[in-house]
Design a protein around this ligand. Structure first.
Ligand code: ADP
Ligand code: MG
Length: 704
């Protein structure tokens, strides 16, 4: 079924990027002047000359055809959170009845998909269906499955962004502008561009396809709506970093090859905490490309799994009772002359520039915590955040001892005179090397952790696009940097002003810094005392997108207009409503047509054995007791099906007020689903396994 690593030697250098129209291909196939002009557009955003586009399109087409492509597609990221594509072939008829392969500059630059069936949150009625896709030349085109994929942004006829990429690109510009102002004010004359970099770690589950096919809930909702706790879960902690099974290893190696071909630098792979859970991390790159690559990674994970008789689950909580899946968004800022602005160096207390950028982020996260929380809000992620697992729904920042100490010194004395030593670890035997410690220890419980030279935002859900959290983070930081630049540009004494800015931020925003255990109950209490929000559900979190201060932020920096923010709020409510509606209907269907009949059959057979045993004068105490227990749970199941159906009807009728409707889906439908599940899970433990129609958690998690 799959290749093995022994027999198939993979030439990584050769396959990496082999299906990508990357810089080295461009340099080879484009005339020098055209190449230079395109690079200027990519690097400096200088508008593309239509004649240049014509030449690029033609070269791209020839290259794509040589890679087996017959079609091209504008690939975009509508607000559904998944990618969209519509394929056109290169063929163009000639007068004599033949065809030639054509691809024009216009086709490269602009597409016109019918926009009416994508969510727009009221921005556009269905009769105003026109939408445009525009080539994003900063993310390289690639060939996949016989098509040339052109990454694009997607906007309405009136220019409103209908996708996740447009605001991301706008936010990168905003951050670049403001960070450059700060760097210039600090005396930097060499940096020309600041870009944010991202490396998203992607968690996922793999289960057997044959078992998946027997579960309507997994098929329709991506998660198990029923399932009793298995005898073994993640109790032994034997899966995390555990040895990788052959079947999974074959999948991972196949996945790596596919990703490398697409230029995705898949780097790290390992087993995760839950059984059947794994992780993949790429090498970080520019935010925009990292976002595109993460979408490609998710698609490829699913596709490659099928080849191996597996299904890849990207849902945030496919299984109750074991860890869910997240996406750790590692984020930093880098300059075109090679500096990582979040690199503390050996003596961070002397690194004024680092401390200024660090505190800017602290202030940004404190002020815009609500918007950041909203960026990780999704119905699936509600099962992780605040549900006593993975980062709690409270936003806080982990800095670690060394940096916290420096900030405390500044707070006390206005300056810092020392950095706590990084120290060495000696392992007590000469045959092992000594190791230098990192600046920070690890804190797995913090939603926003400083990890040496970057921040790791851990709230994002495994199935979410990383676009939203990154454009939120970029814009929030851009805003604080702009406030800082305003002050620095006016002062004579840069150093003194820098320290007073840092001091002010520490004084006003230190409440957001928390180095302790984010999973414990004391933190929930303490956070409340500090005035930090604990927004547990998506429905509550979404409201932040519509908050005045946040609309001001996004519109000021040209990332999203007020109208775009309002429409996005609507869309998030809509997605919530639709998701829970589908889950509710699926739960009803499974309970009514699979679980209840199974119980009926089991009960009937139990009844006839009771009769026949009693016919020969046998003892039926056990059978009767079991019969009684099944009966009680069945009655409750039956009543709860009706209750769920009623809840769905009530919530569905609330259309018109999306917030109220979303609340009803949360408070009535979601709650009723949980009650129904409780009955079903009891019945699963009572009913004969042969009668039970759904593969159990033990099957799903351990038969891979
Ligand atoms: P861990 O699980 O210990 O957090 P991983 O190696 O799994 O570490 O993931 C760390 C991620 O952070 C990788 O994707 C890595 O490329 C990324 N990363 C490293 N440096 C930066 C940076 N400067 N900016 C953004 N991401 C970074
Ligand atoms: Mg990590």
């Amino acid at each position: 079924m799959s290749m093995t690593t022994e027999t198939n030697v993979i030439n990584m250098a050769e396959i990496f990027g082999s299906n990508v129209f990357n810089d080295s291909v461009m340099r080879t196939v484009l005339p020098k002047a055209i190449y230079k002009s395109l690079r200027k557009t990519i690097e400096e955003g200088i508008p593309l000359d239509p004649q240049v586009a014509e030449v690029v399109a033609s070269a791209m087409k020839d290259w794509a055809i040589s890679k087996g492509a017959t079609h091209f597609t504008h690939w975009f990221q509508p607000l559904t959170g998944v990618t969209a594509e519509k394929h056109d072939s290169f063929i163009s008829p000639t007068l004599d009845g033949r065809v030639i392969m054509e691809f024009s500059g216009k086709e490269l630059i602009k597409g016109e998909p019918d926009a009416s069936s994508f969510p727009s949150g009221g921005l556009r009625a269905t009769f105003e269906a026109r939408g445009y896709t525009a080539w994003d030349c900063t993310s390289p085109a690639f060939v996949k499955d016989g098509s040339l994929y052109i990454p694009t942004a997607f906007a309405s006829y009136t220019g409103e962004a209908l996708d996740k990429k447009t605001p991301l690109l706008r936010s990168m510009d905003a951050l670049n502008r403001q960070a450059l102002r700060v760097l210039r004010a600090l005396g930097n004359t060499t940096t020309n561009k600041v870009t944010t970099t991202v490396g998203p770690e992607q968690e996922y589950f793999l289960i057997d396809k044959k078992l998946f096919d027997q579960r309507l809930d997994l098929m329709l909702t991506g998660r198990t709506l029923f399932g009793a706790k298995p005898p073994k879960g993640q109790d032994l902690e034997d899966h995390y970093f555990g040895q990788i099974k052959d079947r999974i290893a074959a999948y991972m190696s196949d996945l790596d090859s596919e990703l490398w071909k697409l230029g995705v630098s898949a780097k790290t792979k390992h087993n995760e905490v839950a059984p059947a859970q794994h992780e993949l991390a790429p090498i970080f790159t520019t935010t925009n490309i990292a976002t595109d690559h993460n979408q490609l990674t998710m698609e490829t994970m699913k596709k490659v799994a099928l080849r191996h008789g597996l299904v890849c689950l990207l849902h945030e909580k496919p299984f109750a009772g074991v860890n869910g899946s997240g996406k750790h968004n590692n984020w930093s800022m880098g300059t075109d002359d090679g500096q990582n602005l979040l690199e503390p160096g050996k003596t961070p207390h002397e690194n004024t520039q680092f401390l200024l950028f660090l505190t800017a982020i602290i202030k940004a996260v404190d002020i815009y915590a609500d918007l950041l929380r909203a960026s990780a809000a999704s119905p699936g992620n509600d099962h992780r955040l605040g549900a006593n697992e993975a980062p709690p729904a409270i936003i806080s920042i982990f800095l670690g001892d060394q940096l916290t100490d420096i900030l405390e010194q500044i707070e006390k004395t206005g300056g810092a005179t020392s950095s706590k030593a990084r120290g060495k670890i000696e392992l007590g035997t000469a045959s092992l090397p000594f190791l230098f410690k990192d600046t920070t220890d690890r804190n797995r419980t913090s939603p926003f952790a400083f990890t040496g030279n970057k921040f790791e935002f851990r709230m994002v859900g495994s199935s979410q696009s990383v676009a939203q959290c990154n454009f939120t983070l970029n814009t929030a930081v851009a805003e604080i940097l702009s406030q800082i630049a305003d002050r620095l540009e006016k002062t004579e004494d840069i150093l003194a002003e820098t320290y007073s800015i840092i001091l002010e931020i520490i004084q006003n925003h230190k409440r957001i810094i928390f180095n302790g255990n984010g999973y414990c109950d004391e933190w929930v209490e303490e956070a409340a005392q500090r005035g930090l929000a604990n927004t547990r559900t998506t429905v509550d979190a979404i409201a932040a997108i519509n908050a005045e201060k946040n609309k001001t932020l996004m519109s000021k920096h040209g990332v999203l207009s007020r109208v775009e923010m309002e429409s996005r709020t609507e869309i998030q409510y809509e997605i919530y409503v639709k998701t829970i509606n589908i889950e509710g209907l699926t739960a009803v269907e499974i309970a009514k047509r699979q679980l209840l009949p199974a119980c009926i059959n089991f009960k009937a057979d139990l009844a006839s054995s009771i009769t026949s045993i009693e016919g020969v004068g046998g003892d039926t105490d056990v059978e009767k007791e079991l019969f009684g227990k099944v009966n009680v749970a069945m009655k409750s199941l039956y009543a709860n099906i009706a209750k769920l159906e009623k809840a769905i009807e009530t919530a569905a009728n609330l259309h018109g007020d999306s917030k109220a409707q979303a609340e009803a889906y949360r408070d009535l439908v979601f709650a009723a689903m949980n009650e129904l599940r409780a009955d079903a899970d009891v019945l699963e433990t009572l009913v004969d396994a042969d009668y039970w129609p759904l593969p159990t958690y033990s099957d799903l998690l351990f038969k891979v």
